[in-house]
Write a protein that binds this ligand. Sequence first.
Ligand code: NAD
Length: 246
Amino acid sequence: MEFKDSTVVVTGGTRGIGRAITLAFAREGAAVHAAYLCNDDAARSLIDEASGLPGTVSVFRADVSTSEGAIGLINSAAALSGHIDVLVNNAGIIRDCYLAMMSEDDWEAVIRSNINPLFHCCKWGLRKMMGRRRGSIVNISSISGLIGTPGQANYAASKGAVVSFTKSLAREAGPMGIRVNAVTAGMIKTEMTSSLKQELVEKVLKGSALGRIGTPEEIADAVLFLSSERASYITGQALVVDGGIV
Ligand code: NAD
């Protein structure tokens, strides 16, 4: 019950890694507000799955790459308890293609969807944390942003930006008692990776120390640790959770 009385916002929180993060916080007693873009069935099934847990889960349909969506999300989360303790920026997309063939739309969609939510959600989330001089932000990045992946120039650029954004904001928010970290995930079993070429997945996993794909719950554990008091002296870090790929 480490997060009892805490209000937690998770973007992309009804599916994949975000869903595991939402449920992990609810298991620890938090009131979790999960944002999602369009899949109402996934949102409903999350509410069902969370019933009976010590914490609560509510869902909010919003496009967090827009200021309207992010403001709506942050305000509705703050209305639950008057404050926000933890913000997890997890929403993201891929549109893989070799650069020579990549459309402008594939470039812009990935840059917009993976970077703009950081700007909007952190800006409005910080405003709710600043008054209390406490809070934690965790942004989900990818090892693509550290080492690069062929066919993912757009995605790698956006996820590298997540790390540099995290480090800058940590310096800005630290004096206000707010910590900002990133989790740099490796290959994790979700709908996102099921759309990747299986030979690419196998090749990456073969070269890793543990030799297996990760689970969304293994990312959620790292997010909970970085959000918790046990990480009270950790900020500006990008924790690599990848089974030893990097
Ligand atoms: P997923 O596709 O299963 O889930 C992504 C979620 O984000 C979906 O619920 C989607 O609706 C939501 N989303 C996307 N854009 C949004 C927007 N503008 N507004 C609101 N919601 C939005 O993917 P996942 O594998 O669970 O990935 C979650 C995060 O982890 C992403 O940022 C992804 O880049 C990152 N990541 C994933 C892996 C992996 O192997 N799966 C590896 C490294 C990093």
